[in-house]
Design a protein around this ligand. Structure first.
Ligand SMILES: N[C@@H](CCC(=O)N[C@@H](CS)C(=O)NCC(=O)O)C(=O)O
Length: 211
């Protein structure tokens, strides 16, 4: 298998956690977004939208982290990263939280990162405040979902994995995800016990323009 990825990309990080959890080996092909590698014709042939991550498994090319995670779950079901087939409500819950992570959390933390990376005089203070408020609300929502539960959807799953990349760097952006949110505090500790997350590369504050 080959994974085309840019190490700081949170969606690529999701896929690399899934690959590590399933014990799958792969060749990492770095697509440096800062150098425009995503616009090269050979990469566009794999993903016409020019976005990482892209997984190539023999004759199969898959892009979008959620679809890649589903593909890996279908092809390499052990250990499972979704609740069992038949537990439809729990599977829907896991997918819902994975989608919330991707569309309502990771992207907004990325936008905050990008805004904060500007020289102080060029930052949009209102936008920063709006993003911070949104992220705080999402964290409270997440903390509520974790009430009485170790994981977001009954067992460690793609739902938890989706939040890991951007939640782990929030402190560096001046937001403490665990402050007054004891359930998140415990959840972070559980995440950091996993080798797939301990060994994850690229979990740093690096703004990405095309997220
Ligand atoms: N929904 C996609 C989002 C992927 C995405 O936004 N990738 C960004 C980097 S984190 C990218 O490749 N941007 C390049 C560009 O837009 O030029 C997924 O989950 O894989």
């Amino acid at each position: 298998m080959k994974l085309y990825d840019f190490l700081p990309c949170p969606f690529g990080q999701k896929v690399r956690i899934v690959l590590a959890e399933k014990g799958l080996s792969y060749e990492l092909v770095e697509i440096d977004l800062t150098q425009g590698d995503q616009r090269r014709p050979e990469f566009r042939r794999l993903n016409p939208f020019g976005r990482v991550p892209v997984l190539v498994d023999e004759d199969t090319t898959v892009y979008d982290s959620t679809i890649i995670a589903e593909y890996l779950e279908d092809e390499y079901p052990e250990p499972p990263l979704l609740p069992a087939v038949g537990s439809s409500a729990l599977r829907a819950l896991a997918r819902t939280w994975e989608d919330i992570a991707d569309t309502s959390f990771t992207v907004q933390v990325g936008q905050l990162m990008l805004e904060m990376s500007k020289p102080e005089g060029e930052r949009d203070a209102n936008r920063i405040q709006r993003l911070q408020q949104w992220i705080e609300q999402m964290l409270t929502f997440l903390n509520h979902q974790l009430q009485g539960q170790d994981f977001l959807a009954s067992q460690f799953s793609v739902a938890d994995i989706g939040f890991v990349p951007r939640l782990l760097i929030l402190k560096e952006l001046g937001l403490d995800p665990a402050a007054n949110r004891g359930n998140i505090d415990g959840w972070i500790k559980r995440m950091l016990e996993r080798p797939s997350i301990q060994n994850l590369q690229g979990v740093t504050v690096q703004p990405i323009a095309g997220i």
